[in-house]
Design a protein around this ligand. Structure first.
Ligand code: ADQ
Length: 735
């Protein structure tokens, strides 16, 4: 297991300076619980701000350092000014509201960017100081968006993961940030960037395309010499702990006391007091329900618990008054000597008290205006071993993607929300149980431990040593040496060559890529070489290949290996059945997008359909390609077809047919006496490289991460190498 360096704004402790030293208490938040196992077992470190702003005395400082070291925590000390500007100013004053779509909370002039950069640099220094080769670094959240990029510069070989705990907003909104480019570049310093939901991932991908002009291939982005993977990892909770606590007799007794004789039904809200959590609108909806259903008066009670949060940020102080005012108004208007409609608690509850409240709730109200995930919803579900209780869940919480059996609400629609509250209160027990059952199952299975494991497993996979060699530095010289050696040893030669971008340079339109006389001559002499099989495997149609190189005594594979034809034969054999029902709807979409995007065109092949955007304006082409892919993914989700992104081309083709399938099966003896040389330049050729035996010589043309062992700079270099191969053949022949 690699050593894990966890990097988050806060250390998982609270620190209180006392006479002659400090008191350090462990915090029991979800992240701390989930990460404690890998932190301990890997002998890792947690690096972050200890939460203290005031100057500590030397005695207190050394006591703090000692206590933190015992817990394997490393402090990044921040001054009061840094906390005010980096944490409260930029992180919580600008990024937090913007990423939650609450533009009205963003100050007219954001001045704290420089402090944000400065503190991210401090974190980078602290991580670099602790880093040892082989460590896994896991950076968390919006306060440290620049950190992966800063680390990548200092530690080019480091394995870095980044997880965003809050939503990634729509690109239209994100691009309002003046620092948008630097923030994206910062995140791209990681090998793996994780989000709670596919929507956030999609927004991020669109931002990369529109703002940085990058092509995103669903879950990966190619950068020069490096690949960044994107993934969806919905965070879970320590479900077993909540379940255990909910069954504790003391907690059960407290829940029973809260419920009393059951004549007053309980609605519960539990939140940090944050304007994203939707507390005012929840109160308004509750008020509306009391107006429209007067029969509920004195029969229901809303217990709203709000933990004070970010009290140093101006917006939060105003917000507190707003909530206080609404609670006062509702209690003033509807309250009676016997009944208080809203029971408001402005502080954090202990875990047992919190779980007792979850257990006592008839209806749990989780109605944020926007929330990355929202763990309260999951905590409620895990705290109901009785299988009863109704969860009302905002469709703008990340959790709603995973918890579809909850009652969904749009918290911006007060009238509808009030009716949903009413429906939740009057739901039949059978339906309540039928909805809660699957929720409990999911929350228990995908808990915080499985979240941590799946993120770290994927980070190991995408950044491990076996992947690092995917970016070979071995160039043409090394390839020529190895090839010469292999050709001397082996009698037979198998050449597997891509066409566009490998044998001929890219051209503006597909038709212009016909082979020149020199290439035809080169292929002819390769084919004439003794014991040599030449295969051209291309995304092109059968007709194009036939027309251009059909007269040569070589194997042809059209449409990425869907059709194959041995030398000198007229018949092409398909690799699979041709299922055509998807073609017409796809063509319709492509015609539409082509009409709207100058410089793009459709290539209709016998089985596949390709959409080329090489001639389109760089940014528009990439943006349209992303849009198209999302659209087609939805349309084709039940079809046996896949969408493949090549070099400024999208191809839609039957599933499981790729260039790798043309590698002929070989006996061990034949493999031992055969030199295999495969050359290609784009994603589709990676399938070919992946299917080769380990001794094969593979080369990628141009930049980009690859499985190939060697890299060639250009089509000219490819032809040079092939000429060398042809020449060795002549010499062997003459000898
Ligand atoms: P938060 O915005 O803090 O987290 P949330 O996921 O709901 O939101 O977690 C809040 C935590 O605080 C819960 O564990 C809850 O039990 C606790 N809590 C809230 N009110 C409390 C109270 N009154 N007393 C005691 N405890 C209370 C950010 C993102 C979320 C994302 C998490 C994790 O904003 O969207 O789910 O990170 O990624």
């Amino acid at each position: 297991m690699s050593r894990l360096l966890i990097v988050a704004n806060r250390l998982p402790v609270s620190v209180r300076p006392v006479e002659g030293g400090v008191e350090v208490g462990r915090s029991l938040g979800g992240l701390a619980t989930g990460l404690s196992r890998p932190h301990e077992q890997s002998g890792g470190l947690w690096i972050g701000w200890p939460g203290t702003e005031e100057e500590l005395t030397p005695e207190q400082q050394s006591d703090l350092d000692r206590k933190l070291a015992e817990l394997r925590l490393v402090a990044v000390p921040l001054t009061g000014d840094q906390v005010t500007r980096y944490y409260e100013g930029y992180s919580n004053g600008v990024l937090w509201p913007l990423f939650h779509y609450l533009l009205d909370q963003v100050p007219l002039q954001a001045r704290d960017w420089d402090a944000y950069v400065e503190v991210n640099e401090l974190f980078a220094d602290a991580v670099a100081e602790q880093y040892r080769p082989g460590d896994l670094v896991w950076v968390h959240d919006y306060q440290l968006l620049l950190l992966p990029g800063l680390l990548r510069r200092r530690l080019p070989e480091a394995r870095i993961g980044f997880f965003l705990h809050i939503p990634f907003p729509s690109e239209e909104l994100f691009r309002t940030l003046p620092a948008r480019k630097r923030l994206l570049e910062g995140m791209l310093g990681a090998d793996l960037v994780g989000f709670h939901t596919p929507t956030y991932l999609r927004h991020f991908a669109t931002a990369l395309t529109d703002i940085l002009g990058l092509t995103v291939d669903i879950d990966r982005v190619q950068l020069p010499g490096r690949e960044v993977r994107l993934g969806v990892f919905p965070m879970g909770i320590d479900a077993a702990a909540f379940q255990g606590l909910a069954q504790d007799p003391a907690v059960e007794a407290e829940a029973a006391a809260l419920r009393g004789d059951g004549s007053v039904r309980i609605l519960v809200g539990v939140d940090r007091l944050d304007y994203t959590k939707g507390i005012p609108r929840r109160l308004l909806a509750y008020e509306r329900m009391l107006e429209t259903h007067p029969e509920l008066r004195e029969k229901v009670r809303l217990v709203q618990v709000a933990v004070p949060s970010r009290t140093g940020v101006g917006a939060y102080q105003d917000f507190r008054s707003l909530v206080d005012g609404l609670v006062g108004r509702i209690n003033g208007v509807f309250g009676t000597p016997r009944w208080v409609p809203v029971h408001y608690i402005f502080r954090g509850l202990s875990a047992p008290d919190l779980v007792a409240l979850y257990r006592a709730a008839d209806v749990m109200l989780v109605t944020p205006l926007r929330d990355g995930m929202n763990l309260v919803a999951k905590e409620f579900v895990a705290s109901r071993p009785d299988g009863d209780g109704v969860l009302v869940l905002s469709e703008f919480a990340g959790a709603s993607w995973e918890l579809p059996e909850a009652l969904p609400v749009n918290p911006y629609d007060t009238d509808a929300t009030a009716e949903i509250f009413f429906r939740a209160l009057t739901m039949e027990p059978d339906e309540r149980r039928a909805r809660l059952g699957p929720l409990r199952q999911r929350v228990a299975t995908f808990d915080v431990h499985s979240w941590v494991t799946s993120f770290l497993d994927q980070l190991e996979r995408v950044s491990g040593p076996s992947v690092r060699v995917l970016s070979p530095t071995a160039g043409e010289g090394a390839l020529r040496e190895e090839l010469t050696r292999a050709l001397e040893q082996n009698d037979e030669l198998l050449l597997l060559l891509d066409y566009d971008g490998t044998l001929v340079p890219f051209t503006a339109t597909p038709e212009l890529a016909r082979p020149d006389a020199a290439l035809v001559g080169l292929l002819r002499s390769l084919a004439a070489r003794p014991d040599t099989e030449v295969h051209i495997v291309s995304g092109r149609s059968r007709e194009a290949l036939e027309q251009w190189v059909g007269s040569l005594p070589i194997w042809l594979h059209a449409e990425h290996g869907f059709w194959s034809r041995p030398p000198g034969q007229a018949e092409w054999t398909p690799a699979a059945d041709i299922h055509g029902t998807w073609r017409e709807p796809v063509l319709e979409i492509l015609r539409d997008i082509t009409a709207r995007t100058p410089g793009t065109l459709i290539e209709v092949k016998a089985v596949a359909i390709a959409w080329h955007y090489r001639l389109a304006d760089l940014e528009t082409g990439a943006r349209r390609a992303n849009e198209l892919r999302i659209h087609l993914n939805q349309l084709l989700s039940n079809q046996p077809v896949e969408i493949l992104a090549g070099n400024r081309v999208l191809e839609i083709r039957p599933y499981g047919v790729h260039k790798g399938r043309i590698v002929p099966p070989m006996s061990a003896e034949r493999e031992a006496r055969t030199t295999i040389l495969a050359i290609g330049d784009d994603r589709t050729d990676e399938d070919l490289f992946a299917s080769l035996p380990p001794t094969a010589i593979s080369a990628r043309v141009g930049p980009g991460a690859t499985r190939a062992r060697f890299r060639l700079e250009s089509t000219a270099a490819v032809r040079g190498v092939l000429q060398m191969v042809a020449d060795t053949g002549v010499r062997a022949d003459l000898a």
